[in-house]
Write a protein that binds this ligand. Structure first.
Ligand code: NDP
Length: 451
């Protein structure tokens, strides 16, 4: 039986820097699932790992559009259809200048196991473009989305591949993409999730990832015998969809959330952040967090240029629970050491892979609760699947119904992850529990479906 190190050697990364995050995600999974591979040789015999780390297909296309000055613009679009052993490919679209094939392969790979953990019939995929919606007019965003869908529509469908939002893709972008799909195909069908409610979206989809991360944390703290979040100081990074809704749910349950961040800096308000103002700044004005201190003069704003070396100001703030909800590798080893030194008890990954491997090792090594992204942020894709169900049956579920199903799903994932970790001799290790449980289900389906 090959060791985890031998398995990893099979996938030498070569010189492509773009693939670094993909290999980071893959190595974590290979180390985690070593006890599973050892317990049953069928996974090695059926070459599951070799088959799982290669996407079914990588679609790459040119997107040509006209800006408001009637100048021709060219971007690159991608859709990575990674694995559909459990259901149609499902995963978000990211519009951000840093998007490349490596980042989308990392996100798509994570998505396979995350979707598996939800227990719902969805496979894994991811897509996006290096298009930057920031600073573009609504009309430019619409023209880009239209051009993007002109190509993407050939590869997606309600039973084939159902994209959703991610960084840079919210209700506005999904609306334009859906409108173009409908125009090209003359078909009103559930081909995208995250749609606005009045034309097929699910209630609570915008809230789902942030709320779900908090539900998961509550369940994890209870399972591990730690104190609940009520009355505790929490830190959150990010100021987008996931972060704002994590803050909202934390406030609803009585926690004191004192921070958020964006790509330009960190905001710290020791009395608890003013969520209504944050929403206005980030969602309506699409402005910088620095605006906040014009209204709340005793809050503190730290620009990125003043961050500690190899670290981030937000993780220097003492807290009981931390919620990194912005982007990958935003919580480094130095950040982890600061959290530990300041008495933090729990870290929940709202973003995808926000903690570096060194940070994860330090956090787990010091006995903090650690909720990995593929379990903790699965609420978004779970409610996306609820949206697919509602679209397929032409039904509309109430907010309460979706919220209850989301809470049940997050509690179920937490239980499954904790029990799996215990079964494989790594009790309390939610990273290994999530990887083993997610992998096992996909692997068993792949074996049953043949090559
Ligand atoms: P948004 O685009 O709504 O918000 C992203 C936030 O992170 C913004 O505040 C942005 O700052 C900040 N940010 C983005 N890139 C960087 C960077 N390189 N450095 C510092 N800050 C950055 O995205 P979401 O909230 O939807 O997604 C956040 C994370 O959660 C991502 O990892 C995503 O993959 C993950 N996720 C999202 C889900 C969803 O349902 N939306 C589901 C599951 C995971 P600024 O405002 O300045 O742009």
């Amino acid at each position: 039986m090959p060791t985890a190190e031998q398995e990893i050697k099979k996938f030498e990364r070569g010189d492509c820097k773009q693939d670094d995050v993909f290999y980071q995600a893959m190595e974590e999974v290979i180390y985690s699932i070593a006890p599973l591979l050892k317990s049953d040789e069928k996974y090695t015999k059926h070459a599951i790992l070799e088959r799982l780390v290669v996407p079914d297909r990588v679609i790459k296309f040119k997107v040509v559009w006209l800006n408001d000055k009637n100048e021709i613009q060219v971007n690159t679009g991608y859709r990575i259809q990674f694995n559909n052993a459990l259901g149609p490919y499902k995963g978000g679209l990211r519009f951000h200048p840093t998007v490349n094939e490596g980042i989308l392969k990392f996100l798509g790979f994570e998505q396979i196991l995350k979707n598996s953990l939800t227990g719902l019939p969805i496979g894994g995929g991811k897509g996006g473009s290096d298009f930057n919606p920031k600073g573009k007019s609504d009309f430019e965003v619409m023209k880009f989305c239209t051009a993007f869908m002109t190509e993407l529509h050939k590869y997606i469908g309600p039973r084939v591949d159902v994209p959703a939002g991610d960084i840079g893709v919210g209700g506005r972008e999904i609306g334009y993409l859906f409108g173009e799909y409908k125009k090209i195909t003359s078909s009103f069908e559930g081909v995208l999730t995250g749609k606005p409610f009045f034309f097929g979206g699910s209630l609570m989809r915008p809230e789902a990832t942030g709320y779900g991360a908090v539900y998961f944390t509550e369940a994890m703290l209870e399972t591990e015998g730690k104190e609940p979040l009520e009355g505790k100081v929490c830190t959150v990074s990010g100021a987008g969809n996931v972060a704002l809704h994590a803050i909202e749910k934390l406030q609803q349950i009585g926690a004191i959330t004192v921070s958020c961040t964006d790509s330009r800096g960190t905001l710290y308000d020791s009395r608890g952040v003013d969520l209504a103002l944050l929403k206005e700044i980030k969602l309506e004005r699409r402005a910088s967090l620095e605006e906040y201190i014009k209204t709340h003069t005793d809050a503190k704003y730290t620009p990125v240029s003043e961050y500690p070396e190899d670290g981030h100001a937000v993780w220097e703030i003492p807290c009981y629970a931390a919620f990194p909800c912005a982007t990958q590798n935003e919580l480094t080893e130095i950040d982890a050491q600061n959290l530990i030194a300041n008495g933090c008890q729990s870290v929940t990954e709202g973003a995808n892979m926000p903690s570096t491997p060194e940070a994860t090792a330090a956090i787990q090594g010091h006995g903090l609760c650690f909720a990995p992204a593929k379990a903790a942020n699965a609420g978004g894709v779970a409610v996306s699947e609820f949206e697919m169900s509602q679209n397929a049956s032409m039904a509309k579920w109430s907010f309460e119904k979706v919220d209850n199903k989301l809470r049940d799903t997050m509690q179920m994932i937490c239980k499954r992850v904790a029990l799996t970790a215990k079964d494989y001799g790594v009790e309390g290790n939610y990273v290994d529990g999530a990887n083993i449980a997610g992998f096992k289900k996909v692997a068993d389906a792949m074996i049953a479906e043949g090559i």
